[in-house]
Design a protein around this ligand. Structure first.
Ligand code: MF3
Ligand code: CO
Ligand code: CO
Length: 270
């Protein structure tokens, strides 16, 4: 791959539409997330919604560099699962479960990628705090998105905030350029140092998707070849948006009517 794409206005319009649809899938699935439903059923509902809107779920049969093809339309990661949880009709949600649903759609050839946390019934104080801090991490990272800043600025603010809250940042997975392909350059690290990495430029489109663990940052992969969980079995949370760099800052592309509101420090200024 030859560097970071600067998207054309036509590509941006296509990626904007795909990103909106991905966010609308999450709006659609939210009322179904309740104790008793299986992750397989949630996946099936998302899959149908996506195809009903003339799009294709990008994860299905996705097989980067020799991995076994991903078998489902979505990733649903419960509790101590960090990411890439495979939906399963035998895995029913229990009261208090915290889960991430990650949706990537291909619409007219363009990709949009977003994920949110959900709870089945009332979660523990711990799970709620982890999801809230992780959400704030994502938004602190988003606030760094403007021409002239560097990708390291995003990683720095996320790592700083997460570790100050007593949590740890998963290092093995990161945000990524997105839109023309599923995973493009650059890798958007959720840790790092200010001023490092490539310069952020108008027309870039990438995700910010911090995975934050309540315990240590170490992870292990399950035998299914995909599911990643915390090694110490502590809770993990993640949120993801697809973001366009504008001339003055950013535009969130994965927007929808019921998307969670940004934290107060965004809407009221810091
Ligand atoms: N949507 C994930 C991301 O945010 C990637 C999932 S790859 C899959 O990058 F194959 F597991 F679906
Ligand atoms: Co994703
Ligand atoms: Co992503």
């Amino acid at each position: 791959m030859a560097g970071i794409y600067i998207k054309t206005p036509e590509q941006i319009e296509g990626i904007r539409k795909a990103s909106k649809l991905a966010a609308e899938v999450l709006d659609y699935i939210e009322p179904f997330v309740k104790p008793g439903i299986s992750t397989g059923e949630l996946d099936k509902l998302c899959h149908e919604f996506i195809t009903d809107h003339n799009a294709v779920p990008a994860p299905l049969n996705y097989a980067p560099h020799g991995s076994t093809p991903y078998p489902k339309a979505t990733c649903i990661s419960l509790n101590e699962v960090v990411c890439h949880g495979i939906p399963n009709f035998n895995k029913k949600l229990k009261k208090g479960d915290a889960l991430n649903i990650d949706i990537t759609v291909i619409l007219d050839g363009y990709y949009g990628d977003t994920s949110r946390m959900f709870f089945a019934g009332e979660p523990s104080i711990m799970a709620k705090r982890l999801a809230r801090i992780t959400y704030q991490c994502m938004w602190l990272g988003i606030q760094e998105v403007k021409p002239g800043n560097h990708f390291g600025d995003i990683g720095y603010v996320i790592q700083h905030f997460a570790e100050n809250a007593g949590y740890s940042v998963v290092r093995e997975f990161c945000g990524h350029g997105v839109g023309i392909e599923f995973h493009e350059e650059p890798q958007v690290l959720h840790y790092g140092r200010r001023g490092t990495g490539e310069e952020i430029k108008p027309g870039m489109i990438f995700t910010i998707e911090p995975m934050i663990n309540a315990g240590k940052r170490a992870i292990t992969q399950l035998n299914d070849g995909w599911t990643i969980r915390t090694k110490d079995r502590s809770l993990s949370a993640q949120w993801e948006h697809t973001i366009l760099v504008t001339d003055t800052g950013y535009e969130i592309l994965t927007v929808s009517p019921n998307m969670p509101v940004p934290p107060k420090f965004i809407t009221e200024g810091k």
